[in-house]
Design a protein around this ligand. Structure first.
Ligand code: SF4
Ligand code: MG
Length: 313
């Protein structure tokens, strides 16, 4: 039941915020060990905020985050620091993720020092991890500007893996890269997932990006999960009209092939002024009378397949 509300600019005479932006609104799901969980939605749907709440970079407004059977929502900053070793992050832009003045070795050593690897083990550990992400050992003595975007994202991934975390939150890790490089980094992540049995939340705005790496996928719309299922089930048996629209937006190799033409029209309603009823109603071509009045709850319609839509209730 995670929620994150941000106050907006408007205040009343007493200085109280009049409106709240509901970035994440009552979201519940679990990620199993060894699983990659894809989280998809348009920009502004709350997926990054959700990822940041889970890792406690952002404080949730309410709800709970449980990690290794421990409620981490209320941890103080000291315990949170210990937790950081187990939760690592990879962000969209590798250029801003690394200190430009430091060599890769300095950056890596900093992490290893903070997270207390035994003395003398560092060189072997760094060499091993660089090999795993497909970079030569001499990368250690270079600075970030000497690398391409794709190479830098390999370094950021290596940094995340250095301390053998139990969980990785990757927020659009390929979105800032050239299309040709995106596939290479995705393939690398798929390989690392198999080799290291990674547990990961993978945030993306495009369903095609999460397809090959995820075990399960959740689709978010305006702060809520509207559909969630095993990856094969979701792609074969898409239920929610919004997910169908996202599917239709995936480019296909053969443009003459017949497929469901489900174009997403209209804009995302403002997350400050949410409509009553289904949040997708203004863009849904299957909208019924009930949709404008009652908000559909997320229900399990088939084992492991959840959808929030009146068409299935
Ligand atoms: Fe469309 Fe109604 Fe389903 Fe919302 S509840 S997605 S408006 S059919
Ligand atoms: Mg984002």
């Amino acid at each position: 039941n995670l929620r994150k509300h941000f106050p907006t600019g408007k205040r009343n005479m007493l200085g109280k915020h009049l409106q709240l932006l509901q970035a994440v609104d009552d979201v519940s799901f679990s990620i199993r060990e060894g699983e990659v969980f894809g989280l998809v939605g348009e920009s502004g749907c709350g997926k990054s905020t959700l990822g940041r709440c889970i890792t406690r970079i952002v404080e949730p407004s309410s709800g709970k985050v449980v990690f290794n059977d421990e409620d981490i929502t209320t941890l103080d900053s000291k315990s949170l620091k210990a937790l950081r070793r187990q939760m690592q992050m990879v962000f969209q832009n590798p250029h801003s993720s690394l200190n430009p003045r430091k060599t890769i070795r300095q950056t890596f050593m900093e992490i290893l020092k903070v997270h207390g690897l035994e003395k003398g083990q560092e060189e072997a550990r760094m060499a091993d991890i660089l090999e795993k992400v497909g970079l030569p050992i001499d990368a250690l003595d270079r600075h970030p500007h000497e690398f391409s975007g794709g190479q830098l994202q390999r370094i950021v991934i290596a940094r995340a893996l250095l301390v053998e975390p139990r969980f990785i939150m990757a927020d659009e890790p390929v979105s800032a890269l050239d299309v040709s490089v995106q596939a290479q980094i995705l393939n690398l992540l798929v390989r690392l997932k198999e080799e290291l049995n990674l547990t990961m939340l993978f945030v993306a705005h495009d369903l095609s990006v999460v397809e090959h790496i995820s075990d399960r996928v959740a689709v978010m719309y305006l702060g809520q999960i509207v559909e969630m299922a095993d990856v094969e089930e979701l792609y074969k048996n898409t239920l929610h009209p919004y997910t169908k629209a996202l599917m239709a937006a995936i480019p296909v190799p053969d443009p003459t092939a017949k497929r469901e033409d489900y174009i997403l029209e209209g804009d995302l309603p403002s997350p400050i002024d949410l409509p009553a009823g289904c949040r997708f109603a203004s863009r849904c071509r299957e909208c019924m009378a009930i949709c404008k009045e009652e908000s559909p709850a997320l229900k399990e319609v088939k084992q492991g397949h959840f959808v929030a839509c009146h068409l299935y209730s």
